[in-house]
Design a protein around this ligand. Sequence first.
Ligand code: FES
Length: 153
Amino acid sequence: MEKEGFMDTDFDRIAEALEKWIEEYTQSAFSSTVVEEASNPKNLRRLAEPDAHGRVRGWCGDTMEIYLRLVGGQIEVATFMTDGCGPTLACGSMLTKMVADSSIEEALAITPAQLIDALGGLPSEHAHCAELAVRTLRQAMENLANPIDKASE
Ligand code: FES
């Protein structure tokens, strides 16, 4: 069953990531915000015809994509997709909420440390998940003049 903004394979992949995440969570000390955002991620979908799109693969091999729709220089809608871990789902969810209704300048100023703070902290071995999300957002904004970066597909 296909849903707008999703491919069939997304469901299996996301379910698998969540299952691994629940396993990992039961053995680790994640904040309640990380648990909530990873278990119930907001804005997890692709946007058709976005004004900007970024896709970055982190050193861990996981990929994040961010899709932006802008109105009058403000980010009206921000969504994401990832094949990464539970904390990456939490980072994408929180970051896309943080940039909604922001100007490009405000969104560009967000740092991985601010994202980690908004999540109530992340274990140091998952700090790179926040870096991946912020790098992807910045790449999307760099691609504003060239909405879908064909070179990275
Ligand atoms: Fe790869 Fe989280 S482990 S982004």
